[in-house]
Ligand binder design. Structure first.
Ligand SMILES: Nc1ncnc2c1ncn2[C@@H]1O[C@H](COP(=O)(O)OP(=O)(O)O)[C@@H](O)[C@H]1O
Ligand SMILES: [Mg+2]
Length: 275
């Protein structure tokens, strides 16, 4: 087993087929990367570039048109318990209470005893700051709390890999910051391998060991940024107000601004804007 190649994205391309009057669209163009066990990778790129599609291919929810993804040496052919996914809009089990939702996430685990499951349920409840709300129905807690619950439930299922697609996108600034900090802590203490999608540059820098910066559609890896080389590997919230953080943010924003212009040009050429 090679820990440097825990996840391998091997020359993946994706086209969505022609339907009606629209021609086939290439969304991902020959993307390759290696992700180490325990690494925190952020996919950063303009809206519509293909980030979600690539994430779905890694998760086994979507098939690549070309190439393949390997997880721990095995080709990904579908979703399974090794891959835990958290999306922007949280789908909960509204007939269950908070702790019931976390327990539900563990229903297929046969690697641990019932007592250990209960200990873990309490552990993750605490970790995401939901102690005191265990008996609340999901429809009685806030959006931020639901998102925390989604993370707790996904972690409790014991995945090797966490795939998170803009999971904090719908949250207010305070909740977002709280969860970013929690996630960094969880990832470091549990040594989870994480792929996290965002279009928010500051969120990307704060969370990532490595940022993969994607081009406008079709997604290609434009740049790979080893964030630790710029701001260090420790991530207290205060790192967000350091000179090094601002400098890195500005240099990435420079690139993404140019990307946005490029995207606009592609849309104009494609006749996507009315004349
Ligand atoms: N199932 C699908 N069928 C056709 N086109 C799709 C499908 N899913 C996504 N697309 C298109 O692929 C492109 C990339 O989408 P997506 O991966 O969601 O981008 P991102 O997550 O970076 O915003 C978009 O132009 C989108 O319209
Ligand atoms: Mg997306």
């Amino acid at each position: 087993m090679n820990n440097d190649r825990f996840i391998v994205i091997d020359r993946v391309s994706k086209e969505f087929g022609a339907h009606g009057k629209s021609a086939a669209v290439r969304v991902i163009d020959d993307v390759s990367m290696k992700i180490g066990r325990g690494e925190f990778i952020v996919f950063l790129g303009p809206s519509g570039c293909g980030k979600t599609t690539l994430m779905r291919i890694v998760g086994g929810l979507e098939a690549a048109s070309c190439g393949q993804v390997r997880l721990d040496g095995a080709t990904v052919t579908g979703p399974d318990r090794k891959k835990g996914m958290v999306f922007q809009s949280y789908s909960s089990f509204p007939w269950l209470d908070v702790i019931g939702n976390i327990r539900f996430g563990m229903r297929f685990r046969d690697d641990i005893s019932a007592a250990e499951k209960e200990r873990l349920a309490q552990y993750y409840l605490e970790l995401v700051g939901l102690r005191g709300f265990e008996g609340y129905r999901v429809n009685r807690i806030s959006g931020g709390m639901r998102q925390r619950l989604a993370i707790a439930r996904t972690l409790a299922a014991g995945p090797d890999v966490l795939l998170m697609d803009e999971p904090f996108g719908a949250l207010d600034a305070q909740n977002r910051e709280f969860l970013q900090e929690q996630l960094v802590g969880i990832q470091k203490s549990e040594q989870k391998t994480v792929i996290f999608v965002t279009h928010d540059v500051e969120e990307a820098i704060f969370l990532a060991d490595r940022i993969m910066l994607f081009s406008a559609r079709p997604a290609r890896v434009l740049q790979e940024i080893r964030v630790g080389d710029h701001i260090g590997t420790q991530r207290p919230l205060a790192v967000k107000s350091t000179q090094a953080f601002f400098a890195l943010r500005n240099s990435i924003l420079d690139v993404t601004r140019r990307l946005a212009l490029q995207t606009e040009k592609i849309m104009l050429q494609g006749g996507m804007f009315p004349a």
